[in-house]
Design a protein around this ligand. Structure first.
Ligand code: MD3
Ligand code: FE
Length: 206
């Protein structure tokens, strides 16, 4: 399979998902959002809402609020119901690229609408960094920034398009990364426009 890599463990599969698979996954995720509506998580301490709206599928969902900060929770913060299951259309992507023998436990759904972006950060709220994170991009193109494992390391930018899949394992698992901006009107996949990114994660040690 064709993959770009620079940092050890960073693999980009441009256009891995064809249009039919993108539509299947988008429809399955819209159904998850019917059962588990998106919300704006808040920054720890300040309570400032993030511009990206979120929801989750799987046993654990990623969440943050002013009082308790970043964490995984087993119930939707508003409905108090368990998160919906991760759709098979999404799990099949994990099995084809993760190279990891256990199921993901969280599918974080990031919904980027009008001007939403995500600052440079590390993903370190999970108990096991030996599992990779798999990211699926759907809808509008995004400018993605990837750095190193220290905040001051140099960064480089990539465009992520609908159907692109990223695998972050090895050293890349703890790399700083963010979304500088989404390019509106570059895809018609998501009703109402915008971008959806799915990140599949292991939360606990198997
Ligand atoms: C590099 N999401 O949910 S996906 C996130 O497009 C997140 O919504 C972005 O960062 C988005 O935490 C970027 C690509 C990605 C995901 C996880 C990573 C890159 C990563 C974990 C480690 C290093
Ligand atoms: Fe992240």
């Amino acid at each position: 399979m064709d993959a770009y890599s620079s940092l050890d463990g960073f693999r980009l599969f441009p256009g891995l998902l064809d249009a039919a698979r993108q539509r299947r996954i988008a429809a399955d995720i819209l159904a998850v959002l019917e059962a588990a509506p998106d919300y704006h998580a808040a920054m720890p301490k300040t309570g400032r809402p993030m511009s990206v709206a979120m929801s989750n599928a799987g046993r654990f969902g990623w969440y943050s609020d002013r009082e308790q900060g970043y964490r995984y929770i087993e119930r939707h913060p508003v409905t108090d119901r368990p998160w919906p299951a991760i759709p098979d259309s999404v799990l099949s992507v994990w099995w084809s690229v993760a190279g990891y023998d256990h199921l993901p436990e969280c599918c974080l759904i990031n919904l980027y609408r009008d001007g939403a972006k995500m600052g440079l950060h590390q993903d370190r709220d999970e108990a096991d960094f030996s599992a990779p994170v798999v990211s699926i991009s759907l809808g509008d193109d995004a400018l993605f920034r990837l750095g190193g494992t220290a905040r001051r390391d140099p960064t480089r930018s990539f465009k992520l398009a609908s159907g692109d899949v990223l695998v972050l394992g090895g050293a890349a698992r703890l790399a700083y990364h963010g979304i500088d901006r989404v390019l509106p009107g570059t895809s018609r996949l998501i009703p109402g426009g915008g971008r959806i990114n799915l990140t599949l994660r292991r939360v606990t040690r198997p």
